[in-house]
Design a protein around this ligand. Structure first.
Ligand code: NAP
Ligand code: FE
Length: 369
């Protein structure tokens, strides 16, 4: 078993305000990556700029990172950061700006490389240090070595490398208070998906399972309440954020399973938010594993204090009224998409190794109407 998670992570309300001065350890000039508005709306950007101001830090702000960030935007930002003389990259936002910051750190240190070299990890120089400030409670990107990007063919395709782990990360739940309900639900169910999929990964270890089970314990209560229309308290938001970090720690050991990979197709082809796209297949995964390894599946329910019905109902409650309900596919479309899952790592990584016949069956079941 190997456990390697080198991120210096601060969590808790006010942690960036209290410890942001540590950013000075990574330089004086920074490239900051954000989405269009949530970095400001959440209060995270103002808090970061005041931390930089405390030690005279200078910055270049790139605020055009959209959902499912394209490699081209990361390259543009990284090269602009290199021209500015940035010494480190700071990502502020949900998983999209955080993942983009990891890739921009590669381009900042290697402004001459292109997409192929990014993905083949032929990086002449080590990526610049990465600092992350989360504003969603979902992806766990703060603590993973993964950057999920959209390549020039429009496919979601990630890089995974120890060199892109954040050096420093801040998980301040108060920055998630501004999330609208849809973002709370789509990001929260992504975190649950990480915990569940990690449990059923062939690479699961005692440590990853402990993280998975406690992540589910933290999230399911408050996320179910949110899906039922309840306004969440700061303590409940904080629990979901902690659970998302536990999910990130779990997948940093194991990677994900087939729901993530099949879900990518729904995001690419239908624009469905990432967490919803994975949630569509949560019940399929649980049912599959209950057939393959019922005792192992029951151990997850016991350790996490949930059950098949509860997790399936939570996924369904998050998806209710979302664009997932409108998706339909033809048999032809499903047939054309299937080859992409023949050798997909996260499909092979799933305990029981579901084949493409299984994926074909679940896609038909969900989408042929
Ligand atoms: P996101 O794409 O970063 O953000 C979704 C939306 O939420 C955006 O419109 C964003 O606005 C808004 N938003 C973010 N924080 C907010 C806040 N505090 N208040 C109000 N609005 C807020 O969503 P995400 O689900 O966190 O990230 C998804 C991406 O992460 C996907 O590309 C997925 O594949 C990837 N992912 C990565 C990992 C990993 O290990 N690295 C794991 C799972 C998923 P703005 O546009 O204004 O920012
Ligand atoms: Fe995810």
């Amino acid at each position: 078993m190997l456990f390697y998670m080198p991120v210096k992570l601060y969590t808790g309300e006010g942690c960036l305000a209290e410890h942001g001065g540590e950013i000075a350890n990574y330089g004086k000039r920074f490239l900051i990556l954000t989405g269009r508005s949530s970095a400001s709306r959440s209060g995270a950007l103002q808090c970061l700029l005041s931390a930089l101001g405390s030690f005279g830090g200078e910055y270049l702000l790139y605020d055009r990172i959209g959902a499912n960030p394209p490699v081209s935007a990361c390259a543009e930002a990284g090269r602009a950061g290199a021209a500015f003389g940035a010494e480190a990259v700071i990502g502020v936002g949900g998983g999209s700006p955080l993942d983009a910051a990891k890739a921009a750190a590669v381009f900042l240190a290697n402004p001459g490389i292109g997409e192929d070299e990014l993905y083949s990890r032929a990086w002449p120089s080590e990526p610049a240090p990465v600092i992350l400030v989360g504003t969603t409670a979902g992806t766990g990107s703060e603590v993973t070595s993964v950057s999920v990007l959209t390549d020039s063919k429009g496919r979601k395709h990630s890089i995974r490398d120890d060199a892109v782990y954040a050096s420093l990360a801040f998980g301040d739940p108060s920055f998630t208070y501004s999330m609208p309900l849809e973002v709370t639900l789509s990001t929260g169910i992504d975190a649950v998906a990480h915990c569940v999929e990690s449990w059923f990964s062939k690479k699961a270890t005692d440590l990853s399972r402990a993280a998975s089970a406690s992540g589910i314990r933290k999230i399911t209560g408050p996320l179910s309440a949110a899906a039922a229309g309840k306004e969440l308290s700061p303590a409940e938001r904080s629990d979901i954020y902690s659970g998302s970090l536990l999910g990130g720690i779990a997948i940093s050991v194991t990677g994900t399973c087939f729901p993530h990979n099949v879900g990518y197709y729904l995001t690419e082809s239908r624009g469905l938010p990432h967490g919803f796209a994975c949630a569509v297949f949560m019940e399929d995964l649980l049912r599959f594993e209950l057939g393959i390894c019922p005792e192992y599946a029951s151990a997850l329910f016991l350790e996490s204090g949930t059950g098949f019905e509860e997790l399936s109902a939570l996924a369904a409650a998050c998806l209710a009224g979302s664009a997932a309900e409108e998706i339909s596919m033809s048999k032809d479309e499903i047939g054309r998409a299937l080859p992409r899952w023949e050798n997909a790592g996260s499909v092979k990584n799933t305990v029981g190794s579901p084949g493409t016949d299984f994926i074909e069956a679940i896609l038909k079941n969900h989408f042929i109407k």
